[in-house]
Design a protein around this ligand. Structure first.
Ligand code: ADP
Ligand code: MG
Length: 268
């Protein structure tokens, strides 16, 4: 009889895949921006996307929540595969607009520039989508909104308009607004790049708390120390390809790609 080899425990054996991306391609005109990107994010994982400006990080995030439609490849969000088809001009589109709506409620995005609705108070920003799009009852939506505002430390500003808040406060409201739809995954696109270091710190603290609570997220960031601290998986993107993937320790301390090593060294 052969020796029985001990099985290595698979850390994801019981964890569901929340995002599955396979062989994603996207070009703008003649410029190939994503050239065969594949990765999976499991429930509770924090996946960081790092790479030089122009490497395709935002495009990859935008493809996930269908703000951009990829030219080819497969996207599965919370078990649902996005159905693409080609129109008569040969352009790829999402087959079903209702699917776009559904997918967008599962992936909530936080942008560099906050993007709060300026004519609505903080509280109204939070309940708009739950009440008007998802059809939730207003009192319940307000209750959740207030809980979330307390969580991000902004409860006392709920009746203020965004223009009267600091950038850090606005971004924390944007995070609370994203959480208000109870998404399966949070997408962050350089959430602190528009902020002074001090204000960035208060936003990173909120993201760190979410990570510790097991919130699944994909994070594009230039905050390398933060990415190293919170990520369960780090992807280094170079010219639209994943050049390096691994745990934070692998990617930051012993990358196999020379380009990744140079990029990481230049950041610290
Ligand atoms: P990153 O977020 O890593 O800086 P992006 O995904 O924003 O990179 O951009 C990757 C490349 O795609 C860049 O060269 C950018 O100029 C180009 N690009 C992004 N969006 C568009 C667009 N809507 N139209 C044309 N080119 C675009
Ligand atoms: Mg970007």
């Amino acid at each position: 009889m052969g020796k029985i080899l001990p099985m290595l425990p698979d850390p994801h054996a019981t964890k569901q895949a929340v995002i599955e991306i396979a062989d994603l391609h996207k070009r703008f005109g003649a410029h190939p921006v994503l050239q065969g990107v594949s990765f999976t994010a499991h429930q509770g994982e924090v996946v960081s996307l790092i790479g030089a400006s122009g490497s395709g990080k935002s495009t990859l995030l935008r493809c996930m929540n269908l703000l951009e439609v990829p030219d080819s490849g497969r996207i599965v969000i919370a078990g649902e595969q996005v159905a693409f088809r080609n129109d008569r001009k040969g352009q790829t589109m999402v087959a079903d607009p209702r699917q776009v709506e559904r997918i967008r409620t599962r992936l909530a995005m936080v942008f560099q520039q906050f993007n709060l609705w300026p004519h609505m108070t903080v509280l109204e920003n939070l309940i708009e989508v739950p009440v008007r799009v998802l059809g939730q009852a207003r009192p319940q939506a307000i209750e959740l909104a207030e809980t979330l505002l307390a969580k991000v430390g902004i409860a006392d500003k709920r009746h203020h308009y965004p223009a009267f808040l600091s950038g850090g406060q606005q971004q924390r409201v944007a995070i609370a607004r994203a959480l208000a739809t109870r998404p399966s995954v949070m997408l962050f696109d350089e959430p602190t790049s528009a902020l002074d270091p001090e204000l960035a710190g208060e936003v990173l603290k909120v993201i760190r708390n979410l990570a510790q609570e097991g919130c699944t997220m994909v994070l594009v960031t230039h905050e390398m120390a933060f990415a190293r601290e919170v990520s369960s998986k780090v992807l280094f993107l170079h010219q639209g390809r994943i050049e390096e993937v691994g745990t934070a320790q692998q990617v930051f301390e012993s990358p196999s790609s020379e380009r990744c090593r140079q990029f990481v060294n230049a950041q610290f």
